[in-house]
Design a protein around this ligand. Structure first.
Ligand code: SF4
Length: 689
């Protein structure tokens, strides 16, 4: 390797794109970023990084970066000083509280923000305003994982670390496309299959990258995961592949589940899911006969009308085989999407949970936080994100603070989201760019990016890792941490914890599961998984060795029946649209579209099967109009066999495509996670502009 120039600075930090949590080294010279390199000793990435973490940094110096606050005057956003912007926010918040009480104020926090920022957001809402109206974008992706895994095992997180998967001899990958959405993990999974001898079962409607290496690829119709998992469970029981001893001593709910599973014979599961009985039986045998099986899953499981049931049904498989909380198995691991979606929820940016998942309705959990914060806390759970928009439309939410989210691009049925923002008297956005959401705001506050701030993230296997600033934010942009303090001061309040390290330390006092984690320790050790109640002991990478964290210490099986998705195709809307991610871009694309990655993919496109292309007269590479019961979008068609007949797929990285105008308001019945994975649509060739 070439010797570094003496004026070169290397800053070790954690990737701000996906939830894998790769350790990166940001190289700067004279205050400018010259390279981002994967750290060879990164605990998750071990010298690897993907095309986003490694190269998608052009956005940092984009001329479109916001460098000064904007306030709406006479219908136009105009630059103002920070003092004036903060005054406008404080006046608007005071007015909302005067007119509607504390619950007239709500905030959407961000999985892109650090733990310390998320901690401060929820403290601001609860202590300064007096409401639990705080939520984060995990609502839109893995809230069913939080609910389902907590109910099954006790903690709101994956049961095992990614390192445990290196021991797995069978990988059951469900509703996930890690080769594109979590490339570094996708590569490690593939290594485990190609060189570690693990058998691979992929369950996904699409021919995702890993599927070509699978022993069995199950292609259930979108929205039928619960039936598929029950079919697998039926075979496990019928063929004597369940772990009787584990079920007797460490689990609960077998009689109810066994009774339900009688209705999920492979031939009936074929009718419900389209998966041939022989493939189902083969997959169940591979998982059930493995010595160390692991389940890895993604948003294809959670983003459904019955997403929490899907998580429970998957957890059932691990419990039936005694493959969780034991040396036998490698548990159940959700591949969480955004960099800090685990941490945002861990820090209590949720309407019903305090930091560390104490329920706001639980007097014991509340009084612990009240003691640390010196304030009395509201006990009624707050609004979830979709309820915040409904409240704004109904006039009950009168001030909405959106931190680092382009909700007009990413949230479902986005025409209705835009309506909510337009009628809400005060919308405040912390943003890097003038996004579609920021354009509708009353106050836009210029924010720092992940390469410009100090704090920590929690990755998808519950590891705290440090985030360090390699650069200064442009102009007068500030970190969300500083903005939160400034808004609190403008309201005459003091949030305490002046530095991010103080916030994490204070969080540990409200939430014992994080009490052993601190910036000092992370600087010394690199990564620490939670639960970690003691600074002198390592955190628990693998959970539940002795007992589960449920009230009775047992793993809970769930006898949840399969119920169909919210929308079904019909004569008017004969195709099922599934949305997801592509490898070069990230979510609304606000950062990756402003980087060299735009050359790798310059638009969203619609995958459709050749039979459907012929039926609807759509040509490869030609513009196509996609219409649902909720809206329309315009995309470029790509014809191929990645999708099955009757199904189409697209991403949502280019807001101009309008993909989320198509998606419906159907949401998980337990957590309100939108059903992004099933929307009935029809397609037609687009007329020339
Ligand atoms: Fe960043 Fe995820 Fe890529 Fe790693 S895999 S470099 S965390 S985007």
């Amino acid at each position: 390797p070439r010797a570094a120039r003496p004026d070169t600075v290397r800053t070790r930090t954690t990737c701000g794109y996906c939830g894998v949590g790769c350790t990166l080294e940001a190289v700067t010279r004279d205050g400018e970023l010259t390279a981002v390199l994967p750290a060879r000793d990164g605990p998750v990435n071990r010298g690897h990084a993907c095309v986003k973490g490694r190269f998608a940094h052009g956005f940092l110096v984009s001329p479109e970066r916001l460098t000064e606050p904007l306030v709406r005057r006479n219908g136009r956003l105009e630059p103002v000083s920070w003092d004036e912007a903060l005054r406008r926010v404080a006046d608007g918040v005071r007015q909302a509280v005067a007119e509607g009480g504390p619950d007239a104020v709500a905030a959407i926090s961000s999985a892109r923000a650090t733990n310390e920022e998320n901690y401060l957001v929820q403290k601001f809402l609860r202590v300064v305003i007096g409401t639990n109206n705080v939520d984060n974008c995990s609502r839109l992706c893995h809230s069913p994982s939080a609910a389902g895994l907590t109910a099954a095992f006790g903690h709101s997180g994956g049961t095992d670390s990614f390192d445990d998967l290196e021991r797995a001899d069978c990988l059951l990958v469900v509703g996930a496309n890690p080769a594109e959405a979590h490339p570094v993990v996708g590569a490690r999974l593939l290594q485990r299959v190609l060189h570690g001898g693990a058998r691979l079962v992929v369950a996904d409607p699409r021919a995702v990258g890993l599927a070509q290496h699978a022993d069995v690829h199950l292609r259930p119709r979108p929205g039928t995961n619960v039936a598929l998992c029950h079919g697998l469970a039926h075979v496990l029981l019928a063929e004597g592949l369940a772990d009787e001893e584990f079920l007797t001593h460490r689990a609960k709910g077998l009689p109810e589940l066994a009774s339900l599973l009688e209705d999920y014979r492979p031939d009936r599961v074929f009718e419900l899911t389209g998966v041939p009985a022989g493939e189902l039986v083969s997959a169940a045998r591979i998982y059930g006969r493995a010595r160390r099986p692991a389940i890895v899953y993604g948003l294809g499981v959670t983003e459904h009308l019955h997403g929490t049931d899907g998580v429970r049904a998957l957890a059932n498989l691990a419990i039936l085989c005694g493959a969780v909380g034991t040396d036998h198995g490698c548990g159940v691991i959700p591949l969480r999407g955004q960099n800090n979606v685990q941490g945002a929820s861990d820090m209590g940016a949720l309407p019903d949970f305090l930091p560390g998942y104490g329920r706001v309705a639980d007097p014991g959990a509340r009084s612990r936080a009240e003691e640390v914060w010196g304030a009395s806390l509201p006990e009624r759970p707050g609004l979830r994100i979709p309820e915040m928009f409904a409240g704004a439309r109904a006039g009950t939410v009168r001030a909405l603070w959106i931190i680092g989210e382009d909700v007009c691009a990413t949230d479902p049925d986005s025409n209705r989201v835009a309506e909510a923002l337009d009628v809400c008297p005060l919308v405040v956005c912390n943003e890097l760019f003038l996004s579609g959401t920021a354009r509708r705001a009353d106050v836009v506050l210029p924010a720092a990016s992940w390469l410009e701030k100090d704090g920590s993230f929690v990755n998808f296997d519950r590891r705290f890792q440090r985030v360090r600033p390699a650069l200064s934010p442009p102009g007068s942009a500030r970190s969300d941490f500083d903005i939160l303090h400034a808004v609190a001061r403008a309201l005459g309040a003091d949030l305490g914890c002046p530095a991010p390290a103080d916030a994490l330390e204070e969080c540990g006092r409200t939430a014992p599961v994080f009490a052993g984690v601190s910036h000092t320790r992370l600087d010394r050790e690199g990564a620490v998984p939670w639960p970690c109640p003691d600074p002198g002991r390592p955190g628990e990478a693998k959970l539940y060795r002795e007992s589960f964290a449920t009230p009775d210490g047992r793993a809970h099986l769930a006898a949840v029946p399969y119920l169909p998705p919210g929308e079904q195709p019909d004569d008017d809307y004969p195709l099922v649209l599934v949305t997801g991610r592509r490898w070069a871009h990230y979510n609304s694309g606000s950062m990756t579209r402003r980087s060299g990655n735009l050359e790798l993919a310059s638009t969203d496109w619609l995958d459709l099967h050749p039979d459907d292309a012929a039926r609807y007269g759509v040509g490869d590479g030609r513009p196509v109009v996609v219409e649902s019961r909720h809206g329309r979008a315009r995309l470029i068609a790509r014809i191929g066999h990645e999708v099955s007949p009757g199904e189409v797929f697209c991403a949502f990285h280019f807001p101009a495509s309008g993909v989320n105008r198509l998606t419906s308001g159907h949401a998980d019945t337990v957590t309100s996670c939108p059903e992004y994975k099933v929307t009935a649509v029809h397609v037609a060739p687009a007329l020339p502009d």
